[in-house]
Design a protein around this ligand. Structure first.
Ligand SMILES: [Fe+2]
Length: 410
């Protein structure tokens, strides 16, 4: 056993609590097998260990990004000796480099190849939902959000359950926020940067003269996602209510994944058609011209629902194989009938200070018509990406792990 007593760094900025200690190690030139204190056995290849070392020939210590190009090594890295050192780290002598590298046991355990399936699973389990009378979005008192410091406990107490609801169910309603115009940007930045579009950094949803979208009128809007006319439509949409004193204008939301699942059950052929046929989505305004072709339902590499792309008023003329046209319209109408079923929808009225954040590639939103001269209805909106909410949620998880390590060390 060597005399190192301090744990080595990890090749990242994360925190890796030690779930189990290394107890035994066996190696051959190209493999190492370790046994943990809870009996689990993990195996790693020499090439994998070499590329994931945390020393400053492998990782730039300033950025924790890899600088090693494996193909510049003198030969395939092999293990001359492997042992557990005094700190509990795995310590390996690599040849022909003649380099000794150490691996943090918490990091090594977390990156066991067998954890890959867990790693690719969603951060929060996705649960589809149906609506119906009396159903409301998960609601949280967010009155202290803008008075909190970024990253402090008060911010985390509001953001963590909100992000969990958005990741799992696709939406959350934050209540009791300020109603100053423009305050949405500071609120959204607590999650991540805003994605600007041709409608601006923030957009105003209210009836206005010379509207460039049906959203900016008082007419009803059918269930839709925003900006399906883009190669990837925004992952998150925020709608922040500043004023609402009109008659009508109730908000409606549906879980597009629940609708897609219902279609798969009731009409598998229509479902399959909508995962296959690429429709044209177009928004040709006075100064912009956005067009994209994509199926209405898309699955990820694991076969799970990835996104829906539904907006009748932004759908252009279908151009596809002649034989596909009638089945495509039959499938579309089967979907449209489901979208009208009240059991899928939750309905609610925006109160000033409400902010609804929802997954715009999963949920559909709609609006009843309102009487434009009965009062004022003013929402401000913006977009973010799913990546930002995932990153923010991982940062919360990292902070929790760091606190745990700190508590264990005390
Ligand atoms: Fe919209």
């Amino acid at each position: 056993m060597t005399t190192d007593t301090a744990l080595p760094p990890t090749p990242d900025y994360d925190a890796w609590p030690i779930e189990a200690r290394l107890q035994a190690v066996e190696s051959s030139p190209r493999q190492v097998s370790v046994r943990w204190s809870d009996g689990r056995v993990s195996r790693y290849h020499s090439i994998w260990l070499r590329e994931n070392a945390a020393d400053d020939t492998t990782v730039n210590p300033a950025t924790r990004e890899r600088i090693l190009d494996l193909s510049t090594l003198p030969a395939w890295p092999e293990i001359a000796n492997a042992e557990i050192d005094g700190s509990g780290a795995l310590c390996i002598d690599f040849v022909p480099e003649e380099r000794r590298l150490r691996f943090h046991p918490g990091w090594l355990r977390a990156h066991d190849y067998d954890n890959a399936a867990d790693d690719e699973a969603p951060l929060v389990p996705v649960t589809t939902w149906r609506g119906g009378p009396g159903e409301r979005p998960d609601s949280l008192d967010a009155s202290g959000l803008l008075d909190s410091e970024p990253g402090d406990d008060a911010e985390e107490a509001i953001l963590a359950p909100a992000l969990e609801a958005i990741l799992g169910k696709g939406l959350a309603r934050l209540r009791n926020l300020p109603t100053e115009p423009g305050s949405l940007e500071a609120i959204a930045r607590r999650i991540g940067p805003v994605r600007p579009t041709n409608f601006g950094q923030l957009f105003d949803v209210r009836a206005k003269p010379e509207p460039d979208s049906n959203a900016y009128t008082s007419i009803a809007l059918p269930p839709h996602v925003d900006l399906p006319t883009r190669e990837y439509h925004p992952g998150l949409q925020c709608l922040h209510c500043l004023e609402n004193s009109v008659a009508g204008g109730e908000a409606v939301m549906l879980d597009g994944f629940a609708v897609a699942e219902a279609l798969r059950e009731r009409d598998p052929q229509a479902y399959a058609t909508l995962t296959r046929v690429r429709w044209r989505f177009a928004n040709t305004a006075r100064t912009t011209d956005h067009v994209w072709h994509a199926p209405m339902i898309r699955l990820d590499a694991r076969g799970e629902l990835l996104e829906v792309r539904i907006a009748d008023f932004l759908r252009g003329p279908l151009q596809t194989d002649f034989a596909e046209v009638e089945p495509a319209y039959e499938a579309l109408m089967a979907l449209q009938r489901l979208l009208r079923e009240p059991e899928f929808a939750i309905r609610f009225t925006y109160q000033p200070g409400d902010l609804v954040i929802f997954d715009n590639r999963r949920l559909l939103h709609a609006r009843d018509a309102f009487e434009g001269d009965s009062g004022h209805r003013w929402l401000q909106g913006c977009y973010l990406e799913r990546d930002e909410i995932r990153s923010r949620y991982r940062m919360i998880q990292r902070a929790r792990r760091q606190r745990r390590i700190g508590a264990e060390e005390r």
